[in-house]
Design a protein around this ligand. Structure first.
Ligand code: 5GP
Ligand code: MN
Length: 340
């Protein structure tokens, strides 16, 4: 972030403000961790801060400190709009384009509050007065740590802030194993533990809360796994009927695509999940190495994200979507068979 922007934000935050903090639709650990981490920091400076998520998030995030204060825009629209209208500043975290805020897109576009974007996705849109965008960052939570550091306030990081930021760094790095995890990430993590983040408890709360149905759904997903060795590609499908059979709950399919990517010699993995209510197929794409799923998703599936993790959607039914996916692969044959 530019020095003059930091100075301007410091001045802006030197008096009490009405602040709204938003994240992308279907919030994940990094979205909830970064918004609530920033929330706890801002209330320490006597700002009136409120986290508003576009919609609900999985139960495995329903323990995060301050989580009970979060407003969900789709079901608490009137209260949310009142706060958004009164906001002096709106922080938009962990997304790069306003349409990623789902039902909130319209009100965020119209709103005249000063917008501050903090995000690590590719190619951010130009809607914010202040932008802290860095695609090399493993997580928005690491950027919130840096943001607090830029404001020379790391001494204010307490157990609540540390817990929130630890959460998002952990989930967005696949528990500190993805390429984006650097020695700096580990140094920040070490500091967060020193400030009171309980690493074992956070890991257990997120990953060791499986229901029997969720494991059965995982079994179903794994039995639907298909491999296309010619393209070093593997994909998984889940139909709405299968989701219903195992009493699908939000978050149950999180991380399932990584099983496809874990196959020996596979560098490109996808999961296609039918959402009959929205009339779309939700797609998650993952890759290893140089093959950019961000570009692939932008080009073919109305989505985007990072080089090695992106999302997208298809308006076709499940089978036609798979057919489209398979029909595209030959044009990427060389890119998928690169020498490591
Ligand atoms: P996931 O597959 O876990 O839903 O998302 C992987 C990454 O891609 C995340 O960083 C997420 O924010 C981003 N992403 C997911 N869906 C979309 C989408 O439809 N559009 C864009 N631009 N990014 C997405
Ligand atoms: Mn993120």
């Amino acid at each position: 972030m530019k020095t003059e922007d930091i100075a301007a934000i410091k001045t802006l935050l030197s008096t009490s403000k009405n602040i709204v903090i938003v994240c992308h639709k279907n919030p994940d650990g990094d979205a909830i961790g970064s918004t609530l981490g920033l929330y706890h920091y801002l209330i320490k400076h006597n700002h009136k801060a409120q986290v508003i998520t576009p919609n609900n998030y999985p139960d495995f995030l329903k323990w995060v400190p301050g989580e009970n204060t979060v407003l969900k825009y789709d079901t608490q629209t009137t209260d949310s709009n009142t706060l958004i209208d009164a906001a002096d500043i709106i922080f938009t975290l962990d997304f790069n384009a306003l349409h990623r805020a789902g039902a909130m897109e319209g009100v965020l576009k119209q709103n005249k509050a000063i917008k501050i974007l903090i995000d690590h996705h590719q190619a951010p849109d130009d809607y914010a007065e202040y932008m802290y965008s860095d695609v090399t960052m493993c997580s928005t939570c690491q950027m919130i740590y840096n943001f607090i550091a830029m404001l020379e306030d790391t001494a204010l990081i307490d157990a609540n802030i540390a817990t929130c930021l630890y959460l998002g760094i952990m989930t967005d790095t696949g528990s500190f194993r993805f390429r984006s995890t650097t020695s700096t990430t580990h140094r920040i993590i070490a500091e967060l533990i020193d400030k009171g983040a309980d690493n074992t408890a956070i890991h257990n709360a997120v990953y060791d809360t499986n229901s029997y149905n969720r494991l059965q759904l995982l079994g179903c997903a794994l039995s639907n796994l298909k491999v296309l060795p010619e393209y070093r590609t593997a994909y998984i499908t889940l139909s709405q009927d299968e989701l219903q059979r195992f009493d699908y709950k939000k978050g149950d399919t999180e991380g399932v695509v990584n099983y496809a990517l874990s196959l020996d010699n596979v560098i490109f993995a996808a999961i296609f999940i039918e959402d009959r209510q929205e009339g779309i197929i939700k797609i998650s794409l993952r890759s290893k190495g140089a093959f950019s799923v961000n570009e692939f998703s932008r080009a073919h599936f109305n989505g985007g994200g990072h080089n090695n993790a992106a999302g997208g959607r298809s308006d076709f039914a499940l089978n036609p979507t798979i057919e489209k996916f398979i029909s595209i692969l030959p044009s990427y044959k060389d890119a998928l068979n690169y020498d490591e």
